[in-house]
Design a protein around this ligand. Sequence first.
Ligand SMILES: Nc1nc2c(ncn2[C@@H]2O[C@H](COP(=O)(O)OP(=O)(O)OP(=O)(O)O)[C@@H](O)[C@H]2O)c(=O)[nH]1
Ligand SMILES: [Mg+2]
Length: 363
Amino acid sequence: CEASEPLEFKVKPVEQQRARRLVVPAAPGLQGLQGGLVRGADLFGYVGIEAVLDQMRRKTMKAGFEFNIMVVGQSGLGKSTLVNTLFKSKISRKSCSANYEEKIPKTVKLHSVSHVIEEKGVKMKLTVVDTPGFGDQINNENCWEPIVEYVNEQYEKYLREELHVTRKRRIPDSRVHCCIYFLPATGHRLRPIDVEFMKRLGKIVSIVPVIAKADTLTVEERQDFKERIRRDLAANGIGVYPQAEYDEDAEERLLNDRIRESLPFAVVGTDKEHQVNGNKVLGRKTKWGIIEVENVAHCEFANLRDLLIRSHLQDLKEVTHSILYEKYRVRRLNESNITFSELGLSAWPLENGTDKNESDSHL
Ligand SMILES: Nc1nc2c(ncn2[C@@H]2O[C@H](COP(=O)(O)OP(=O)(O)OP(=O)(O)O)[C@@H](O)[C@H]2O)c(=O)[nH]1
Ligand SMILES: [Mg+2]
């Protein structure tokens, strides 16, 4: 469904994140002059560099964003429910009609749901890839393979588009920018299957782990479980997003440290709305009350949504493009079995270490 009205939820403009890096300090020689000159002083030596922000803003608003999330985890942990929660929560509530009768069926094949969300003139195409849960088979060996294959297929699609002689101005981006990995709320430790799964997946995609069905844990159990998971992740060398080595400056480190300390987010999902104090809220009705999924006092769904959309959307895209996809690209181009005809090319695009298409496009 498509939202036609502006929404309340604020998507942090990308240029705001970059603005702090684009501040140009005044030249030392100008400082004395500035006090003495009255009108026109502001224009002395002014080249208008900051106008680039407006240009970026206009371009970005026109082009819009593409953002792709994938949900992965054992069967029955509430992955499909959380996808619905995300689309029915603040980011797109006005655009979706509730369907109370429909029960979410078991997911049997990988499929994606896309919504175009528009807010204050900014368009975002949010795609969530829902995957079938694993763990139902007697032998769960290699259960990560279909997921790993899907992520790599999207990189391959992008690579092929990039290597075409006549490239599209804007390559459609179906690469997975973030994978939400669901952990069962056992209250114990990471299970071997989750360790193996995340080890493999973490090499090719940004993982954000969550504790599923967190309403089944007490406050203390939740805290202990989180700490144990963080220790297990570190002990097994599993890097989850946001990785400390990608922090760009002290300000980012401070923000990301706070996120790292609260991972994995303890989430609750639902696709039902209930009346609470005269307001409609997304929640799960129990015998003892309603768990409000967007209320931070009840669970951390809102923190997860804010991380994905409000604060780290652009960073997740950058990490995917500049680090994860780059690794895939280098590996593929170094492979000897990649043929010209396979890529639809008449000659090898890389000559003397430069991308011929790339240099042509700058002419
Ligand atoms: N208690 C509780 N139950 C939940 C939560 N989220 C989903 N459920 C219930 O768990 C059951 C399974 O939910 P699904 O969303 O189909 O789970 P799934 O992970 O998509 O399952 P597969 O498609 O088999 O992989 C449903 O009955 C949901 O109502 C939650 O946060 N808390
Ligand atoms: Mg499902």
